[in-house]
Design a protein around this ligand. Sequence first.
Ligand SMILES: Cc1cc2nc3c(=O)[nH]c(=O)nc-3n(C[C@H](O)[C@H](O)[C@H](O)COP(=O)(O)OP(=O)(O)OC[C@H]3O[C@@H](n4cnc5c(N)ncnc54)[C@H](O)[C@@H]3O)c2cc1C
Length: 376
Amino acid sequence: MDMDLTPQQKEAQAGFRSFVDQQIVPHADRYDQEERIPAELVSAMARAGYLGAIVPEEFGGRPIDMITYGLLAEELGRGSSSVNALLTVHSMCSFAIARWGSPAQKERWLSRMAQGTLLGAFALTEIHAGSDARSVETEAVPTSDGYILNGRKRWITFGQLADLFLVFGKCEGQLMIFFVERNTPGLSVAPITGMLGSRASMLGEVTLNNCQIAKEDVIAKAGFGFASVLASVLDIGRYTVAWNCVGIGQACLEASLSYTSQRKQFGVYLKEHQLIQQMIANMLTNLNAARLLCYRAGYLKEKGDPRMIMETMIAKYFASTMVTKAANDAVQIHGANGCSSDYPVQRYLRDARIQEIIEGSSQIQQMTIAKYSYQQ
Ligand SMILES: Cc1cc2nc3c(=O)[nH]c(=O)nc-3n(C[C@H](O)[C@H](O)[C@H](O)COP(=O)(O)OP(=O)(O)OC[C@H]3O[C@@H](n4cnc5c(N)ncnc54)[C@H](O)[C@@H]3O)c2cc1C
């Protein structure tokens, strides 16, 4: 495995950094407080090509390799985890179409997704179905030319903005995945506010009330690609989240280095105290380890190695637990200031905490990783 970034990857990384430093970092706390991101930011991300990062060139995308994609997610996460959540769910949806969609589905949606005029979201979770995705209750009843869909999807990231939902349901007991456009009669979205973290990722509860879905809008059926579509789409989501955690961790480290170099207690800068140094040392060490796991997952993806799914899960599991600890220590290092909205570390902690729950909780990942260990 080559540990050096190519000149192109370094150039892309510098571009992502400058975008995030100019367009996101100065506003991220406001987004968090207002619980929304502005439309201009979505347009700027689209103009920069970020929303077409997974879309093939023939549909107007600006596809990048998986390491470069990871660097993008890291930088967005460093600026605002909520903003990175848009990349996550939009990429999951565009990946599903690009990889598994029919030619007609690609033609219909992909170029608008690359332009950012059509935003995608991922709608799996329900009130009674979270970790146990197979227990979804959204019901599809077959008709002569398609399906009638009824159900409620909860905690849908960017549900308030999305134009196209990847919806999981069941038809006669069999799991299926559908594309449902926002303007489908019977679909409504209620905003969810007041979350602990990811506050600007504009969550919504999506209600599907007798929505008529054409049979062309099905993407997977049980026994006909369902498991592959689900695994690969969740894999893209986990990969983006793992790098997002590295980004938040980097932000925690940078904030802690800066604060401990400016604040004095007992006559010396905080950085002179060994117990502070211990927290900094652990933060950097664990951050480096998480970043390496992410690189490994990206490298396996580039090679098309089937181990990529499990190695991505390992990276996401480690990175999300790493960042919860890093952000907790960053708040500790900042003392009372760390608890105040004048400093971003409280946001990092709240956002970090979410990462252990989304895209498969730590417990679900531990169970799957343990199973994988015995197969090695
Ligand atoms: C900010 C945010 C954004 C989200 N965005 C989306 C989205 O865009 N689309 C979407 O579909 N969903 C989304 N979700 C939902 C998320 O995917 C679920 O919260 C997650 O899958 C866990 O499900 P749950 O919350 O129902 O918890 P539950 O499944 O009820 O689990 C509760 C607790 O029990 C543990 N647990 C469950 N089963 C086991 C077991 N067998 N053994 C041991 N422990 C277990 C879990 O790890 C967890 O700690 C989002 C959630 C949040 C907080």
